[in-house]
Design a protein around this ligand. Structure first.
Ligand code: KG4
Ligand code: ZN
Length: 335
């Protein structure tokens, strides 16, 4: 089957055509238009501007994606779209475009949860990933530990109680003068830190599987303000190294607890924009090797928001016979 998928939950307008045949996924066309340049001067995503930019971009992206796959409309089986969670105005652009297209083409419509989409990015590599597994999903808007018992059966068992992990990276990067989104720049800068500054853990000290990135962010901001007050030079690389160390070890701590509580699971999946973080990838490789877990991580191009991952998740919905209709709506939150 072949699915035409859309993603517009935040600041990327994306469309893709994904084929699922004999248990293997192929991305036939994949277009992502990033709005990063539009939002950079505000230091973060401005929701109203994001919605308008999606409106401007989506038709062109759809044409380009269709042209890119070299197929005719009759060779496509369904239209899919992210309908939650995300910025409501941004989601509505994708949802309404996909609804109109499905109606005009006479195709079934499939709605996809963005977090499930990020996890499904791991299926695109055809590396044999199968549920059950535990997934750590972290991006600019969400951070969750998910237990997947089936392709569609997924339960959030832990996550952030406040800021998302990517949001925390971006805010720390911003106070050090890096342009939005600063997560990737902070990743690089951390390698230059010779004396990492000690910061508190983001792993909440109780038996939940929850994290608090707001506390870690505040600790970094307080440190920076204290240095500025003393008129001491800002050791940005040491701050970056300490921050990354704390953020990554906090995640590993909660994943240790998650696997202790789910001893029947032996597979760890990483997903979301922050899955591109090289320190996190290396730490999870060590963690998986120590515990004898199989580790799956998306290719870097499928870590951030894209529609190929939405197409992959939609193929599994199609297989299960789960479709939406013209009453489909968008929701800012996951449930
Ligand atoms: O999944 P995504 O593209 O969009 C949302 O769904 O939010 O994630 C974007 C987030 C941003 O906060 C960005 O700074 C972060 O992922 N990110 C990184 C890295 N690359 C992207 N964070 C840390 N290290 C990276 N290498
Ligand atoms: Zn995302």
């Amino acid at each position: 089957m072949r699915i035409f998928a859309f993603e517009s939950s935040c600041d990327e307008t994306a469309a893709a055509v994904v084929e699922y045949k004999d248990g293997r996924f192929s991305v036939l066309s994949d277009v992502v238009a990033s709005q990063v340049a539009v939002h950079a001067r505000f230091g973060g995503v401005v929701p109203e501007i994001a919605s308008r930019a999606h409106c401007e971009a989506i038709s062109g992206i759809a044409y380009e994606t269709l042209k890119g796959c070299g197929l005719s409309v009759s060779e496509l089986d369904a239209v899919a779209v992210t309908n939650r969670p995300g910025l409501i105005g941004a989601l509505l652009v994708g949802v309404n475009f996909a609804k109109a297209l499905a109606y005009a083409w006479g195709k079934p419509l499939i709605s996809v949860n963005h977090i499930k989409g990020h996890i499904a990015a791991n299926y695109l590599m055809n590396t044999g990933l199968e549920p059950p597994f535990l997934a750590f999903v972290a991006s600019g808007g969400h951070t969750s530990i998910v237990r997947a018992d089936g392709y569609r059966e997924q339960t959030v068992i832990g996550g952030t109680r406040d800021d998302a992990m990517g949001e925390c990276f971006d805010k720390v990067a911003r106070v050090m003068g890096m342009p939005y989104p600063g997560g990737a720049a902070l990743d690089k800068l951390a390698y230059e830190g010779k004396r990492p500054v000690a910061f508190p853990s983001a792993a909440i000290h109780d038996d939940s599987l929850d994290l608090s990135f707001s506390g870690l962010k505040t600790a970094v901001l307080n440190h920076i303000n204290a240095q500025k007050q003393k008129e001491a030079p800002l050791a940005c690389a040491d701050i970056a190294a300490g921050f990354v160390q704390s953020a990554v070890s906090s995640v590993v701590r909660k994943l240790e607890m998650a696997f202790d509580r789910n001893p029947e699971l032996h597979t760890l999946v990483l997903a979301g924009g922050v899955a591109a973080n090289s320190h996190l990838r290396a730490a999870l490789e060590r963690f998986a090797a120590e515990r004898g877990l199989s580790l799956f991580m998306p290719a870097l191009r499928y870590c951030g928001d894209n529609a190929a991952m939405i197409g992959a998740a939609a193929c599994l919905e199609y297989e299960a016979g789960i479709f939406s209709d013209e009453a489909l709506n968008a929701y800012a939150f996951s449930m």
